[in-house]
Design a protein around this ligand. Structure first.
Ligand code: BDR
Ligand code: CA
Length: 319
């Protein structure tokens, strides 16, 4: 896929969330991207917290003018599922940001997604880094949406590894498996960045020290939010540092060459008592279901981490 000469119009559907916040900062730091709006969804924290976090992180990055729309506050069918033990009750770990002067727009995130995409069919890249409730409802409300996206890049799913929300399922899919199934079978051009890959894409204290050397509120925010996130990774996942799940997915919008992808059919387990939310890929063609996504199988994690740090350093210097 060739990149356009002007910045890529990007919508970010997100549940900020610590790594979501880092993805927002990376988007603001990346001239290849024209960040059109945040569509906020339930997930890591309650919707009201996620909206507040989205607004405050944009303001931190000098972009309080970018619209933030509140979306769905719960999954389509299953009970709400948040992750305070991973992101803190506020969603941003130990960080406390000054309140943004901006407020959320009145438009619902589902309507914003439809309006933005249908205004420029084939031109908008949707990066979804939370549960897919908003996106699924938008596809139901506007059936032309799936065919009108330039690309849908999704962070989610655990394929060949254990889950991080249940023994089998990754958080974003587990938090609304029905929505994920609607989206994966929608016919949209989908690239999936799974937990299989992102759990190994990590920053550590050493990287945080490098950012702190530059000083300023952005470096302080990254340090305080990831300090909580790293504690969680050490206690719950047994490794040092923290995963850059959502930033790694965002980067695929403008540096797709970081990844090697494979076309495959992916469906979501919806009824298994122990397996609900598991993403099932037909790697060996055991069914007659055609490939419906491009799954990231390899990723230059080291190259990406350096790219991420360089971009955040530039944002810090610009602030
Ligand atoms: C995903 O789940 C959330 O907790 C993160 O923000 C990320 O989008 C990783 O499984
Ligand atoms: Ca997220």
């Amino acid at each position: 896929m060739s990149l356009p000469s002007r910045p890529l119009r990007v919508l970010l559907d997100t549940d900020p969330g610590i790594d979501d916040a880092l993805a927002i900062l990376l988007a603001l730091a990346s001239p290849e991207i024209d960040l059109a709006a945040l569509a906020v969804v339930h997930g890591n924290c309650a919707l009201s917290e996620a909206v507040r976090n989205g607004l405050d992180v944009l303001a931190l990055g000098g972009a309080a003018h970018i619209p933030v729309a509140a979306g769905c506050d719960r999954p389509l069918l299953r009970p709400r599922f948040h992750a305070p033990e991973v992101h803190g009750v506020s969603g941003l770990g130990y960080a406390a940001l000054p309140p943004s002067p901006a407020a959320a727009v009145a438009e619902h995130a589902v309507d914003l997604l439809i309006r933005e995409v249908m205004a420029a069919p084939g031109e908008v890249t949707l990066v979804a880094v939370g549960p897919l409730t908003n996106v699924a409802l938008a596809m139901r409300k506007e059936p032309r949406l799936a065919g009108s996206l330039r690309e849908l890049i999704y962070m989610g799913g655990a394929f060949r590894i254990e889950g991080n929300a249940s023994p089998l399922a990754e958080f974003n899919v587990y938090a609304d498996p029905h929505a994920a199934q609607i989206v994966f079978t929608s016919g949209a051009p989908i690239t999936i960045m799974p937990w299989d890959i992102t759990r190994g894409v990590r920053i550590t204290d050493v990287h945080i020290g490098r950012l702190l050397e530059r000083g300023g509120p952005i470096a302080h925010f990254v340090a305080e939010s990831t300090r909580y996130y790293m504690e969680m990774h050490r206690v719950r996942l047994g490794f040092a540092g923290c995963s850059l799940n959502d930033p790694a997915a965002l980067a695929l919008a403008y540096v797709p060459e970081l990844a090697v992808t494979r076309p495959v059919n992916v469906e979501v387990e919806l009824s298994g008592e122990l397996s609900v939310g598991k993403t099932v890929a037909d790697f060996l063609g055991k069914t007659d279901r055609a490939p419906n996504v491009r799954l990231v199988e390899q990723f230059d994690g080291e190259g990406f981490v350096e790219h991420f740090l360089t971009r955040i350093e530039a944002l810090i210097d610009r602030a």
